[in-house]
Every structure is written in structure tokens, then in C-alpha cells.
Design a protein around this ligand. Structure first.
Ligand code: OXD
Ligand code: MN
Length: 589
């Protein structure tokens, strides 16, 4: 008798018709072979899937250029397919599952002809964790197979775990012919299935990440009583050696990865990384919230990463211990055979190919690296990896932080009054948009809990689920808001950011530990008091320090209107608690 997994793979192969099927064992030897195939056999748009980088300066590093139309998540082509449209909500594109499958079946018929089907068994989370999930992805490109090896716990041990059960999340992926008209990322939460065609881009194609660990997992979390969140997880060690664990949500490309790998400027403080993108949060037996990072790697935005902004990431990228590290759609220094991007340390190389492989002429306004060019690297290479990273229980979370890119209105930091108010703060999170998804840049977009593109069910139900989680915890984390991006009248950032963000984090962990001093009650929440936040040595003038915490009535009136308009989009499903919070906030202001 065939096992359910074998049967499923066979059925998908009958549809997609690959020339051969390769079951990945996850070994390094195998990864080296697959990279070789990517160098010598597979091509995208005429370019080999992988090119070897300078193995002395970038050990075990390889370069990948995507199809030029395939550089970011395509939210307009991403669907949640459920028999009940209302369960999916206005935050998702909806399609009836039968219709979606008919469409995808047609597109997938023979889509792997002439290619290899890679079978990727992987775990999201530590195999021994009660919170982890076994998954299998099928794909037809070496880039995705190799990226999944970096980003997840991939290997044949997962096959043993699945055994003859049907207890695994399924993912069928093909790059098809990269035709944007035939590109879809479809989720079927009722059968734990993701089906993606036409794109090789991380968020569309590395199905363990956004598709499984957020969209499918959030729906599972609603059913099973936990949360799948777009959050980093860090441990902050104080000068006495105490470590406080914090989870923080920011919309895409707002500096999450920089914060996760922060090198703090305050003496005696250390920041340990557990995750830079996704957290699964479960209520532990002690009534606290416990976090695991289901992933194993970083898929980070390259431009802007430098020794100044993120020295630990530069070290991570060059460590060379795990095979391999990938650079996608950066520019290429052809003299040194090294990746290059805007914001990198040092001079602009003399001979540079841009991300599309054309000779870089340095025309003003044109970027050599794609703004959403990425690195894919194992978290195990990080010099600041937390010793708790592989703890199957995860870590207990003392504070949740929400933040966005707001050039006005929002103060540097504030603390919510309680869980319900904190859920309101998260639910009304907004950010000025960036390049991680294909939409207009620089527009204010409400992005509740930074989950708008990733919540696999109706966001109004998701708000309710957050409120319910609070009721179930005897010792919930405190909820905070931060904004590193406020600017002055000339557009200059008021706050130095990066390693100095530890000053804000210190205030947060002190407050989470119950420190009363250093805060004042304001209409929007608790703000740092006059000397509550350590700004010693920053040389910020009085005006700047005031502006950082200014609550401008006009800007807030506008904010409240915008929040109301946004919540109304979710109709009568919005929990009354959130309307109450809005009303209370209006009164206080
Ligand atoms: C990501 C994203 O790639 O949020 O992490 O887009
Ligand atoms: Mn993300």
C-alpha cells in the first residue's frame, strides 16, 4: 500500500509531467549537486540559475538573477480559496476552491515537462517542538529547492515524522514559464494546501515562508488557539546578564532584519537573535506567551545592509559555514565576482553589472541592485544567534512591539494601557509602503499587526482571535509601539536609529519588568517621561527631543478618521472592543 504522501506526489507528477523526480534528503552533498545543476543545466531567461561568487571573500556564496518580471510578492495574484467567502474577508483575494483548482490544473498540466521535480520534506519549527508542523513542497527549480534548504529544517527525517499519516502541509510549486498572466499563489486552508505557479520569488515560491508559516498557519492558529505572526524574536541581555525576550512586528522592509541583528550602542547590552520575520506564539502551561521561529534562515533585503547599518548581517553573510548562501538580483562586481548593492560600504566598483545583467552606467536615479534584491542565508551563521534558538519550547515573550514607517504623527515609542488597547494599537498599525511588494511606494497603508498581506482568514475574526488570546493568558506580554522614522520639516530623520534603538528597547524591557518610573500617562498610552529614555551622548537638541514625542492634535484627528475608514472596511464583523478603544482614544485626545 502506498503512503498518502507517495500517492500525493504521484498524482502531482501525473499532472505536471516532470522528466524525473528527485526526493531531497537535505544533505550538504546533495545541495552541492543541485547547485551544480543550477550552474550547468538550468537557465532562467538565458542566464544560469546560479553563478559562483568569489569563494575567498564570499565562501559558499552563489548569485542568482530572477526573471525580470519576478522580483517581489504579487499580492494581486495571491488568493485564499475557501468554500465560505466571508471566512476569507476583504483582506484577501478570494476564489472558490473548485474554480481555483480548475484554473490551476489547466495551467499546471505538463508544466514540469523537461524538468526535475524536487520533493522537499521540511519542518517549520524544531522537529521536537509541540508547536512545529511537517510540510512537503514540490518544485521544479533548483533555486527554490536550495533556498528551502536554507530557510527551513529540510531533510529525510521529516519523511519519518510524516510516516503513513496525512498530517503534513502540502505545497505544489512550479515556475511555469514566468508568464505574469499565468502567475498565481493560491491557498486552500481547508485542506492545508498551497499551490503556486509562475513565480520563483521568495514570498511566492518558498512556500514554507509567507504561504505556510503565515497564511495557512494563521488559519490553523485560529482553529487551534495560537498565533502565527509577522514578527522578529530577540532576546535582550542587560549588563547583569538577564535576558528578556521580545517579539516585534513591522511591515515588510521597515528594518526588521536590522533590529533582529542589532549591535546595541549602550554598554553592557547584547541582542540575541531567534528570528527576523516570523513567530509562532503559543500559550504555555505557565499562562505566558511562548514564541518559536518556524524558519531556519534569513531572506533579507540587501540594499542598505552595511557595516554601519547591520555589521552582524555582513558577518553572517560571509561566514561560509552552511552551504550555501544566495544573493538574488543584487548587482555584480565582475572584477571581484562579488555581489554589490546600494548602501554597501566602500566605493562603487568600476565594473558592475546591474541586477538584469546589463553593464551599469550609473545613470542618476537608476539602481544597480534591485531595491528588493535579497540574500538567503542560514540563521546558524549569525554571530548573535540565541542559545535558545533550537529550544523546542521556544522562549517566553515579555513584550510585543508594533512599528511602522511613519514620517509624522507617531512618537518614537509608547506603551499601550492593557492587552485590549494593545490589540487596537496593533490592529491600526500603518506604514508608508516599500518595495517588498509590487505596489506604489511611499503611500500610507494600514497594515494590522503587519499581517495584512499574510493573514489567511478574515482580519476581523483575526482581531477577535487576538482579543481571545489575551483573555486566555494569565501573564500576557505588554504591548508597545515604536517609530524610528519620524522626520523634521526638512525630511531629515529625527532619531539616529540602528544600534541606538537599544535605548528604546531598554525602556520597553524595563517597563515590561514592571518599572514604574520613567513613564507618563498620555492620551495615546504611556510615553517616556522627560528623562525616562536614555539619550545620553546623542546630542539631540531640545526641539528634536520634543518633536520625537509630540502628539499633534491635527495629525491625530486625521489619524482617527483614517482608522475609522479602515475598520469600516471589515463591516459588522469588527469586534466591538476595537470600536470602544477608538472612541476612548478620541475622548482622551
Ligand atoms: C518578506 C516580506 O520578504 O515581508 O519578509 O515581504
Ligand atoms: Mn516579512
Amino acid at each position: 500500500m502506498k503512503k498518502p504522501l507517495e500517492k500525493w506526489v504521484e498524482q502531482q507528477a501525473e499532472l505536471t509531467k516532470p522528466d524525473r523526480i528527485h526526493w531531497c534528503d537535505g544533505s550538504e552533498e546533495e545541495a552541492r549537486k543541485i547547485v551544480e545543476w543550477g550552474i550547468n543545466k538550468e537557465k532562467i531567461n538565458g542566464t544560469p540559475v546560479f553563478q559562483k561568487l568569489n569563494q575567498e571573500t564570499y565562501p559558499n556564496c552563489f548569485y542568482h538573477r530572477s526573471h525580470p518580471t519576478d522580483v517581489a510578492r504579487t499580492e494581486h495574484l495571491t488568493f485564499v480559496c475557501h468554500t465560505n467567502k466571508n471566512a476569507v474577508g476583504p483582506n484577501n483575494n478570494w476564489m472558490d476552491p473548485a474554480e481555483a483548482k480548475a484554473k490551476l490544473t489547466k495551467l499546471s498540466d505538463g508544466c514540469m515537462k523537461g524538468k526535475t521535480m524536487y520533493v522537499l520534506p521540511y519542518m517549520m519549527g524544531h522537529p521536537d517542538s509541540p508547536y512545529s508542523k511537517a510540510c512537503v513542497q514540490l518544485t521544479d527549480i533548483s533555486y527554490v529547492a536550495i533556498s528551502m534548504r536554507i530557510m527551513t529544517r529540510l531533510g529525510k527525517h521529516v519523511l519519518e515524522k510524516i510516516g503513513d499519516t496525512e498530517n503534513f502541509v502540502k505545497g505544489l510549486h512550479s515556475v511555469g514559464d514566468f508568464d505574469t498572466d499565468k502567475r498565481f499563489v493560491m491557498h486552500f486552508p481547508q485542506e492545508n494546501l498551497v499551490w503556486s505557479i509562475g513565480s520563483g520569488y521568495g514570498g511566492n515560491a518558498l512556500l514554507g515562508k509567507k504561504c505556510v508559516a503565515l497564511r495557512i498557519a494563521s488559519a490553523l492558529g485560529q482553529k487551534e488557539g495560537w498565533l502565527a505572526e509577522h514578527m522578529i524574536i530577540i532576546g535582550i541581555e542587560d549588563p547583569k546578564g538577564n535576558i528578556t525576550y521580545v517579539a516585534a512586528a513591522f511591515p515588510s522592509a521597515c528594518g526588521k532584519t536590522n533590529l533582529a541583528l542589532m549591535q546595541p550602542t549602550l554598554p553592557g547590552y547584547k541582542v540575541w537573535v531567534l528570528g527576523d520575520d516570523i513567530a509562532w506564539l503559543n500559550i504555555g502551561p505557565d499562562g505566558r506567551l511562548w514564541a518559536i521561529n518556524p524558519e531556519m534562515g534569513f531572506f533579507g533585503v540587501a540594499p542598505g545592509t552595511s557595516l554601519k547599518t547591520n555589521p552582524n548581517m555582513i558577518k553572517t553573510l560571509k561566514a561560509g559555514r552552511f552551504f550555501p548562501t544566495l544573493f538574488t538580483n543584487t548587482a555584480l562586481d565582475t572584477d571581484k565576482q562579488e555581489p554589490w548593492w546600494e548602501g554597501m560600504d566602500g566605493d562603487i566598483p568600476r565594473n558592475l553589472l546591474d541586477w538584469q545583467g546589463n553593464k551599469w552606467t550609473g545613470k542618476p536615479g537608476e539602481k544597480a541592485a534591485h531595491p528588493n534584491s535579497r540574500f538567503t542565508v542560514s540563521i546558524t551563521q549569525s554571530p548573535t544567534l540565541s542559545k535558545e534558538f533550537n529550544n523546542p519550547k521556544g522562549v517566553p515573550i515579555s513584550a510585543i512591539i508594533f512599528g511602522g514607517k511613519r514620517t509624522r504623527t507617531m512618537p518614537l515609542v509608547y506603551e499601550s494601557f492593557n492587552w485590549q488597547h494593545g490589540v487596537f494599537v496593533g490592529a491600526t498599525l500603518a506604514s508608508e509602503t516599500t518595495a517588498a511588494a509590487t505596489h506604489q511606494i511611499g503611500v500610507l497603508r494600514r497594515d494590522p499587526m503587519a499581517m495584512l498581506p499574510f493573514c489567511g482568514y478574515n482580519m476581523a475574526d483575526y482581531f477577535k482571535h487576538w482579543l481571545n488570546m489575551g483573555n486566555k493568558m494569565t501573564n500576557p506580554p505588554k504591548i508597545f509601539y515604536v517609530n524610528w522614522f519620524r522626520t523634521d520639516e526638512t525630511g531629515k530623520f529625527l532619531w539616529p536609529g540602528y544600534g541606538n534603538n537599544i535605548r528604546v528597547i531598554k525602556w520597553i524591557i524595563d517597563r515590561a519588568a514592571g518599572k514604574e518610573k520613567g513613564a507618563v500617562k498620555a492620551p495615546i498610552g504611556y510615553l517616556p517621561s522627560e528623562n525616562g529614555l536614555d539619550m545620553a551622548g546623542l546630542n539631540l537638541d531640545e526641539k528634536t527631543r520634543k518633536h520625537l514625542f509630540d502628539i499633534n492634535p491635527e495629525e491625530w484627528a486625521h489619524e482617527l478618521d483614517d482608522i475609522e475608514r479602515f475598520l469600516l472596511k471589515f463591516g459588522d464583523k469588527v469586534p466591538q472592543e476595537l470600536w470602544n478603544e477608538l472612541q476612548e482614544l478620541e475622548k482622551r485626545l
